[in-house]
Design a protein around this ligand. Sequence first.
Ligand code: TYD
Ligand code: MG
Length: 455
Amino acid sequence: MATKAKTVFYCTSCGNESPKWMGRCPACGEWNTMVEAPVESKKGPAAVSGRSAARPDRRPQRLREIDYSQEARISLGMGEVDRILGGGMVPGSLVLIGGEPGIGKSTLSLQIPLCCKDLRTLYVTGEESARQVGMRARRLGGDDSNCSIFCETLIGTVIEEARAMMPDLMIVDSVQTMYTDTVESAPGSVSQIKEVAAALLRFAKESGVPVILIGHITKDGYIAGPKILEHIVDVVLQFEGENRGSYRILRSIKNRFGSTAELAVFEMTGSGLREVPNPSEMLIPMHEQGLSGTAIAAMLDGTRPLLFEVQALVSSAVYGTAQRSATGFDTRRLNMLLAVLEKRAGFHLSAKDVFLNMAGGLRVSDPAVDLAVICAVLSSNFDFAIPSDVCFAGEVGLSGEIRPVGQIDRRVQEAARLGFKKIFVSSFAKVEVKPEGIRVIKVADVPALVKALFK
Ligand code: TYD
Ligand code: MG
């Protein structure tokens, strides 16, 4: 009697597995993310249990007996990428670069072997022909590097080739086009993606070859996507930016070997991606006089201070209920700050529409941006321009107090370096540096700030 092929359901958001379909994933609470996939064949290498055949000598080791000597990191030739990874790539690690189609993932990963000519690289592509990759390499200004292009989509063959070549770096573009014949579903499905990533991880750990894996995310984040991959890989880098604009931001959202708070900025030019080592200079507008509705925030991304423009637009609400919308900033936090302005400083904004935008397509979560947000809102509300040589760094509390933020000295130094004349901080902040040309103005609460700024 023919038996029906067994299937299971996966959540595309968190990878949770369930024997039956559910409208809402019980693990992550997302709606409508369950997709059906055949049960994986137990003949594949994933089913190997117990002691691994490849490493029969594996035993628990004491911490102090562990050999750290091979932990030297591999430099990828692009300073900003190395910095994001925490100082280069760790041998045997699996790094996922995720992003929307067309954002520049293939360009970035091809530029790495072109920048670092002595790195023997195996570039596996399932999306383009060798000719296409070659033409792109020429356009990016170099085809004399030590990089081999391999057009293949069967992951077993890819790994076999990589074992034979033992490159210094392997790049796989992209996880959605690779497949394994141990699973029956189509390339790009959840079970294929999981198997391909697990196979690459095993290869990386056993051989010590670092692997960069590229993954597409769709606009709405659905489809069997890199979300479930995040659990498998060592490092997740997200490449984002507005497709129309030329700036791209690479941020680390998971890193087993470094900080996740780092961020790097690139510019897409006619000849590939260019690193922007001083993003503050690009994020700060060039207008001589300040415009109303803008304020400069001194935030910290990981270890690096970054100054950028916060823009607000406050207008009378057309409909009964006022609209609040924020791009790059948490809308709930915006609502909270507006409530503080209303309740603690007496500004009536409840009948006003408020739109907020972080310049350059940034997404911020540093609470130090609060102060610039309320200044931008007030500036737009009163149509009063804040002088362009003033910047802000402080968190706003629920009772309207301005709270100190971490690493204030670095923010003050960066503001001074960029030629700012005044920086507003909390009166509890301990500023120890005194850079030339900048005045540190301390304010205790929102009313004091308004008095100092808009008097
Ligand atoms: P690509 O790396 O193919 O994106 P992804 O792999 O993430 O899908 O990059 C696609 C875009 O980058 C494409 O629209 C053209 C642009 N681009 C440039 O502007 N300059 C260049 O030198 C290159 C190679 C691409
Ligand atoms: Mg691509």
